[in-house]
Write a protein that binds this ligand. Structure first.
Ligand code: AHG
Ligand code: MN
Ligand code: MN
Length: 339
């Protein structure tokens, strides 16, 4: 019988055999995985652990923080502070960047995370997750600052998420495909359960919050109208819909069986580019999707090429099965060729 491959062994081999990641990046990913294991335990305890409900505070985006948003943020910060692998961290739940305190050694990596994605699903026992993205400190940077984080997603050196669902699954890319690891609670470790994840190019399943339909831009409305028209419409086939309201869970489904996910710009707040955050939601998810053969677009261009201007900047997100994402992007071009 072939022994199962643990995350640790996978990362050691990525470092040693492929020379694909540095020792510090390996340590960083081990630490993030350990933090996710700890968050998973809190999530599983639910009401028994007193972790449900609101914390009574607001984050920089004006969202009410849930207890688990704060717990997950603290777990990730504490786990990553002292290992010597990071220069700084940034999080959805922290207004400013968190440089590594001077009492600890510093490394060359920058870690960004959405500690708890899908907060509205915590109290109702629906899948939630943690999203993370890793960048390198720009060369020559001395004192780390917010501007060092403002790099396009194509600069990422690692990205992933951990989904806390019926199984706890860590999904990771270091730039050579996407691997999935399932948490084996008896062993206490993540075990490789799928490598070389591939998203089918075509799909008959879309994910979008339909309650925003009246606010959508014309190209998005056109695309969804055509899907809804089904076999009798221009697409000539029926479509199915899913919306979990946890990006991790929606993206996990797409990595597993294909589909398209959209949280596009809409007219509710025309000056706001979208709802999802570029650095710690859209960028890591887009890279995972591209690494699995899918595509990720704002409607006007590749998400990984967007130049960020602020830590908590938002962006329009259309990602998943390649041919569908290209179709929605084409509809945007046809609607506003000069844009
Ligand atoms: P977060 O819980 O980190 O704030 O993110 C929630 C995001 C994303 O996970 C999800 O796709 C989307 O918000 C759901 O938004 P709606 O409630 O507007 O559908
Ligand atoms: Mn989120
Ligand atoms: Mn969050």
């Amino acid at each position: 019988m072939i022994a199962p491959v643990s995350l640790t062994r996978y990362l050691v081999e990525k470092q040693r055999v492929d020379g694909h990641i540095s020792a510090h990046l390996r340590l960083l990913l081990e630490v993030v995985a350990r933090a996710c294991k700890s968050i998973s335990l809190s999530v599983n305890k639910g009401a028994l652990g007193g972790v449900l409900g609101v914390a009574g505070t607001e984050n920089v985006q004006g969202e009410i923080q849930k207890k688990l948003d704060i717990i997950a943020n603290e777990v990730l910060v504490e786990a990553n502070e002292w290992g010597g692998h990071l220069a700084a961290m940034a999080s959805e739940e922290m207004t400013h960047i968190h440089p590594i305190p001077n009492r600890y050694p510093k490394g060359e990596y920058l870690l960004m995370f959405d500690p708890l994605d899908g907060s509205s699903n915590i109290d109702v026992n629906v899948s939630i997750g943690t999203i993370f993205s890793v960048l390198q400190l720009p060369e020559g940077a001395t004192d780390v600052a917010e501007k060092d984080f403002l790099q396009p997603g194509r600069n990422q050196v690692a990205a992933g998420y951990c989904v806390y669902g019926p199984q706890t699954t860590l999904v990771l890319t270091v730039g050579d495909g996407v691997a999935m690891f399932t948490l084996d609670r008896e062993r206490g470790s993540f075990v490789l359960t799928q490598d070389g994840v591939h998203i089918p190019e075509d799909t008959q399943e879309f994910a979008i919050n339909m309650s925003n339909m009246r606010h959508w831009d014309a190209p998005v409305k056109r695309y969804i109208d055509e899907c809804l028209a089904g076999a009798d419409g221009p697409r000539g086939k029926d479509f199915n819909m899913r919306w979990i309201a946890s990006m991790v869970a929606d993206v996990h489904r797409i990595l597993t069986r294909g589909g398209i996910f959209m949280y596009p710009w809409d007219q509710r707040e025309p000056k706001r580019p979208g709802k999802l955050r570029l650095l710690y939601e859209a960028s890591p998810m887009s890279w995972l999707i591209e690494q699995a053969g899918g595509a990720a677009s704002t409607g006007h261009g590749r998400i990984l090429d967007v130049q960020p201007h602020a830590l908590h900047e938002r962006v329009s997100v259309i990602l998943g099965s390649k041919n569908e994402v290209e179709r929605v992007t084409r509809y945007h071009q046809e609607a506003a060729p000069a844009a």
